[in-house]
Design a protein around this ligand. Structure first.
Ligand code: PGA
Length: 254
């Protein structure tokens, strides 16, 4: 399976800053990505068009949107539609990120609607799941992952399910490891990915084999190799260390 290395720029970068970083990444990847990996940049809305321009024509380098509202169009002040993101150049959409769940109160039900809508609209969707520290310490890892995955995937109809390969990825991101400098250890990552894979298999059967499971949470150039080379890790989702082209590229080649 092609490994995916994804940058989540969160609420960072003006357009000139985004254009600069994307151009540096594009220049470094013009002859191909290391190990033929797929690189994705989840940029802020206002940056997507300049990022898409900067990376146009570079193989295995794609842009995505960090958020959207699951309606075609309408009176939804402050929201953005998948059609607008496509027009800006996004091929990917992120759903279920812990900052959306915990800061903005997105429920499993909304994450499920967004996931289905994004797929229906022909985007590649990356669904993020992960437990808080309290949940982990209470021994609820499996329960939380089961709830988050089942609520988003079970409602997908047969047509969407049959198109998931190549269009759907899961990012396991323990909430306690995001932006904290606390990276999950290899044993914890192996275990959580095995649990995730087991739940996906229960829901989707053999089709689960084709779905990449990424790890995210305080990934840095120094720890990237030890994570990406774990047997059941199919990619990385990177926040802070993706903001500089140099460190993102180091992780891409780890
Ligand atoms: P981080 O963020 O790499 O800064 O921990 C990861 C994420 O939120 O996707």
């Amino acid at each position: 399976m092609q490994k995916i290395i994804a940058a989540n720029w969160k609420m960072y970068k003006t357009r000139p800053q985004a254009a600069q970083t994307a151009a540096e990444i594009a220049l470094a990847l013009k002859d191909g990505t290391p190990l033929d990996r797929l690189a994705v940049i989840f940029a802020p809305f206002t940056d997507i068009a300049v990022v898409a321009d900067a990376i146009a024509g570079i193989k295995n380098l794609e842009a995505g949107g960090q958020n959207f509202y699951p309606e075609e169009q309408g009176a939804f002040t402050g929201e953005i539609s998948p059609a607008m993101l496509r027009d800006a150049g996004a091929q990917w959409l992120l759903t279920g990120h812990s900052e959306r769940r915990h800061i903005f109160g997105e429920t499993d039900a909304l994450v499920a609607r967004k996931t289905a809508f994004g797929l229906e609209k022909g985007f590649k969707v990356m669904l993020c799941v992960g437990e808080t520290l309290d949940e982990r310490e209470a021994g609820k890892l499996s329960e939380v992952l089961e709830r988050q995955l089942a609520s988003a995937i079970k409602p997908l109809d047969a047509k969407l399910r049959s198109g998931l390969a190549g269009a759907f990825a899961i990012a396991y991101e323990p909430v306690w490891a995001i932006g904290t400098g606390k990276v999950a250890g290899p044993a914890e990552v192996l275990d959580a990915h095995a649990v995730t894979h087991g739940i996906l298999t229960d829901i989707l059967g053999v089709a689960a084999q084709n779905l990449p499971i990424l790890y995210g949470g305080s990934v840095k150039p120094e720890n990237a190799a030890s994570l990406i080379n774990l047997d059941n890790v199919d990619g990385l989702l990177i926040g802070g260390a993706s903001l500089e082209a140099k460190s993102f590229l180091q992780i891409l080649g780890a």
